[in-house]
Design a protein around this ligand. Sequence first.
Ligand code: KIV
Ligand code: ZN
Length: 517
Amino acid sequence: MAEKVFIFDTTLRDGEQVPGAKLAIDQKIEIARQLETLNVDIIEAGFPASSPGDFESVRAVAKAVRGPIVTGLARAVKKDIDVLWEAVKAAKRPRIHTFLGTSDIHIQKKFRADREKILQWCVDTVKYARSLCRDVEFSTEDASRTDFEYLCRTIEAVVKAGATTINIPDTVGYAMPMEMADRVRRLKEAVPALDKAILSMHCHDDLGLSTANTLAGVLAGARQVEVTVNGIGERAGNASLEEVAMAIKTRKDIYKGLHVGLNMKEIARTSRMVSKLMGLPVQRNKAIVGANAFAHSSGIHQDGIIKDRSTYEIVRPEDVGVTAHTFALTARSGRAALKHHIALLGHSPGDAQVDAIYEKFLVLADKKKEVMVEDLDILVQDEMFKVPETYKLVHVQILSGTKATPMAALKIQRGKEIIEEAATGNGPIDAAYKCIERIVGRKFQLIEFGMNAVTSGQDAVGEARVRVRSNGTIFSGGASSTDIIEAAIKAYLSAINRWVDAEKKTGKSAGKGKKSK
Ligand code: KIV
Ligand code: ZN
């Protein structure tokens, strides 16, 4: 029988550590439910001891999903483990995941301790975690830079203390694939206790080798992979779920007798959702989920594909849920048809949300002849995860040209007030953003601005994404429209509305700004 490689998804923990990618509780639940549909084996939902908000969202995920094991991360201290257990114990299948640095660099520089003290600390931590939960994962942080003999002793001791999964992270993305394979093989030989635990890979992408290292570990005997959707994560990111899973599926000749239990057709949808809700665009040439991953541009390749797809295609797009535009809705499509297609996309908005989506759909359908699946997905996600629209665009007028100083005049609604402002800038969008800052009465640091054509053709929907910083915290916003200036302004306003929402939740008064005349 084929042996399973367990998919441990850490999009909501390591992935969420990307600055500005912080999710609200309802967004986390939505992604967790989608991960359940994708059929991942384990969801790492956050780091509960890091903040009350994180605690609440891990607890909400633990209650919301029933299929996958739910875990969170805890430092190797009793308080963190208690908080984690409190957050996940309501899950149908809870797990405690805890970690301690085992490389000499961590032992000496971070803990100012010695190896024996750390080894005992690892054992005590695992024993404590086991007293609460029968499923305990222990990570030897910075394992790839840990002395091999010491790593073996530590793993032997923590498995005997009750750890059921041992994770050996390449925390700083330092390892090379052949080295990783060698290390895993030797660990399996040298540590008899590993017969009673699952060995797990967790690779970072600092040298662009996270997928290769993860797969090398699997070939050598690891049976759990810690991955994120779209490869997001600390610094250069983590190994990408879709790459690791599709490599194992596509190269059955290499990964003989192994399988992953994913519902691969959900990959594209999961990727879109994570990208959208976390405000992190997927690079066009990203394997499996990038916009160009299945686009053949050269004439020779196109000719080959027409003759036989296998000439230039090793993964069929439909196998990962990338569909050719299979449906198009028009302004004549009724509410029932819209609702049906929303359900096909895997969303379940409430009736009031469907009404609001329908209104926006009609506006879009008036501008475009046909509304495609991607357009609809964006409309739905915009509506389902919006924060209160404290600031709303009413009207924009732009003056721009090669010889003219770009100028924007905006009317913005705040509650019942309509506030007008005009400004010049080094471009129309800069001018519009200046108006907004004056209206809000605050300066924001624009740290990222991106524009994407989500659909193709002359009437394509453009999606703008921005990330702004205020007092060290990053807020992301996104909006789409067939008019790119309007999309850019609405994206900026959506980031600012997130800022207002966050300020209100922490009891601060945001959004005073300029008064209407
Ligand atoms: O990269 C890492 O070492 C980690 C562990 C804490 C699991 O994320
Ligand atoms: Zn990590």
